[in-house]
Design a protein around this ligand. Structure first.
Ligand code: PLP
Length: 435
């Protein structure tokens, strides 16, 4: 690893006052963390002055990179007039209008401060509306850190149960058994098996939570057959379908629901829609979100949050979405395709068994040529995950920031030359990983 003395010193200080020296598991690295100082366009400068291309965009949230002039102006304008009020503001109305205009299955929206909370609240809405307890979710899929939603995300061959009855494996130490009892784990892209598991839950099934391209389960797109089975079966069983678009919203002007042609009852949103500020949103059909509405004297589901619908987030989110035109989606799409093709050529040149999954501006590298269809298939090549982590470290030294699991997210300020620069870093880094 390239020496970064200021980061090393910061890490020594941080370890005394912060467990592992930072706040996020996903950015942990050894022998020390590298601390960011500033960002500009698609580049980050660390505290030692090293500049790297940012191919994660704060884990997919910074679709416009750093310092986008319209977002800056919107955020600064709002900071000057007030950062939070304890009253609703026009910004939340406007952002909701934009989301409802763009997302076919969204009529109404409510805000919170993270994707984790968006998923948590969507589950609560589904349970409140149906009066049922069981949540079904895809094995290995990450939806944030609410106990039921993160179940099975760390499932491993020794603990994952058989294919017809995947185990509800706890991710966090401290998750009570009662939580796991109320979660049904379904295999991704296996419509027949998943349907059997859902049907077995009968009148207990409150909702199915699904991401149409779950990152941690491989960034593999859901098949039409799988998604249409989920829609059909949830309707037949009178359970709700929750689509987690916290990451995949960035797959198109009409979100993942437009791209995949799925019609969820509830949608969980986050990341991009906050323009770079903390955000989450529970969106969907008015009929279900009406559980929040106390106006007719019924007992409403409580939902507040001191910083929910924060005006700075709302102003920045509006600017970010207004900057996301169909033309910018075309640009992002072409960057993603250029990367996927270039990476495949690069792997071939080096004789490496590797592949790129994903769509549009979201891509993930896997160091295996095994056929990847679901979470379990990621384990077909035992060393693949470690090799990707090694590659991420090696490209970091070559000037590219990517996630340790191989996830990459491209941003609107990137050009074709930036993608070439990322690919050149791969070319230089791969021989070191293969040694
Ligand atoms: N859902 C998905 C699909 C995610 O990828 C994430 C975070 O990466 C979340 C939910 C949780 O979002 P947050 O990190 O804002 O809590």
């Amino acid at each position: 690893m390239t020496d970064s003395p200021k980061s090393r010193d910061l890490y020594e200080r941080a370890k005394r006052v912060m467990p592992a020296g930072n706040t996020r598991h996903t950015v942990y690295r050894q022998p020390y963390q590298v601390y960011a100082a500033s960002g500009d366009g698609c580049r980050i400068t660390d505290v030692d002055g090293t500049v790297r291309i940012d191919a994660t965009g704060n884990f997919t949230s910074l679709i416009h990179g750093y310092g986008n002039p319209r977002i800056r102006e919107a955020a600064i304008g709002q900071i000057e007039t007030g950062t939070c009020f304890g009253m609703p503001t026009p910004g939340e109305v406007r952002l909701s209008e934009i989301l409802a205009e763009r997302l076919p299955a969204v009529e109404q929206v409510r805000y919170c401060n993270s994707g984790t909370e968006a998923v948590m609240n969507a589950i609560k809405v589904a349970r409140a509306y149906t009066g049922r307890r069981v949540l079904a979710k895809v094995e290995g899929a990450y939806h944030g850190t609410y106990d039921p939603a993160e179940t099975s995300q760390d499932a491993r061959p020794e603990s994952w149960g058989d294919a017809d009855t995947p185990a509800s494996v706890a991710t966090a130490r401290g998750t009570p058994q009662g939580v796991l009892d109320d979660v049904a784990v379904i295999p991704f892209n296996d419509a027949a098996r998943a349907e059997r598991i859902l049907r077995a839950k009968g009148n207990d099934l409150a909702a199915v939570l699904v991401d149409a391209m779950p990152n941690r389960a491989g960034l593999i797109p859901a098949s039409d057959e799988f998604l249409s089975m989920l829609r059909r079966v949830t309707r037949e069983m009178e359970a709700l379908l929750i689509l987690d678009e916290v990451i995949t919203f960035r797959l198109g002007y009409h979100g993942a629901q437009g791209r995949f042609g799925v019609d969820p009852d509830l949608t969980a949103l986050g990341k991009v829609i906050g323009g770079g500020f903390p955000v989450g949103a529970i969106a969907g059909k008015a009929e279900y979100l009406s559980v929040y509405d106390p106006s007719e004297g019924r007992p409403a589901v409580q939902h507040g949050g001191t910083f929910s619908a924060n005006p700075v987030t709302m102003a920045s989110g509006i600017a970010a979405l207004e900057e996301l035109t169909p033309a910018t989606f075309d640009h992002l799409e072409s960057l993603g395709e250029q990367f996927a093709k270039g990476a495949a050529d690069c792997f071939a040149r080096h004789g490496v068994k590797a592949q790129v999954t994903g769509l549009g501006s979201l891509r993930r590298i896997h160091m295996t040529d095994a056929s990847l269809t679901d979470f379990r298939s990621l384990f077909a090549t035992p060393d693949a995950a470690q090799q990707v982590a090694d590659l991420a470290r090696a490209v970091f030294d070559e000037g590219v920031l990517m996630a340790a699991n191989g996830l990459m997210a491209f941003s609107t300020p990137m050009t074709r030359d930036d993608i070439e620069e990322i690919l050149s870093a791969f070319d230089r880094a791969l021989p070191r990983v293969l040694d």
